[in-house]
Design a protein around this ligand. Sequence first.
Ligand code: AMP
Length: 199
Amino acid sequence: MNIILMGPPGCGKGTQAQRLQDRYGMIQLSTGDMLRAAVAAGTEIGKQAKAIMDRGDLVSDEVVVGIIVDRIQEADVQAKGFILDGFPRTVAQAKKLDQVLVEKGIGIDHIIELTVDEAALFARIENRAKESGGDVRADDNAETLKKRIMVYRDQTAPILPYYDGAGRLEKVDGMASIEDVTQQLEEILDRRAEAARRA
Ligand code: AMP
């Protein structure tokens, strides 16, 4: 099963992707994690990406599309399926992904948006920043997180009508508790599995 999880920074996508990976076995592909690994390893891509990530902007479409297109063709991902977490983040990335998936004959089973109330999300971020006492990722301080939410609104949210227009978007209430969100996601995934079993 192949899934795309959409939603702004701080909505809990990463946590839910991890939970789905543990329960269903698809592989969580987080472009943020991959880029942070490149930064830590000091690769050329990492060096280029670091400053962009630290200030909360988006790394170029070319770089992230390159990373993800390579990864989804690897044997483990082909065998187990994937959960895209943090990709696509622009309409250009979404279109390129569609093109590659068609070329490779790879289908997407679910595109799910974790919907959030932006004001509540900002409040959550302020709280988290206070509770963590400053011990956070370089791009996870309150200021940069707000910037990343703005970037989401400007550059990533336009993907939603692109998917929705094609009737491909399913929505889950991302403001519910972690447990509830997981349950909603599992209902969507299990419904499909049940239908496949009956067919
Ligand atoms: P994340 O962990 O998904 O919040 O990503 C952390 C940072 O990595 C983002 O703020 C961007 O700078 C960069 N990044 C991750 N995924 C993408 C993407 N699909 N396109 C562009 N930049 C990305």
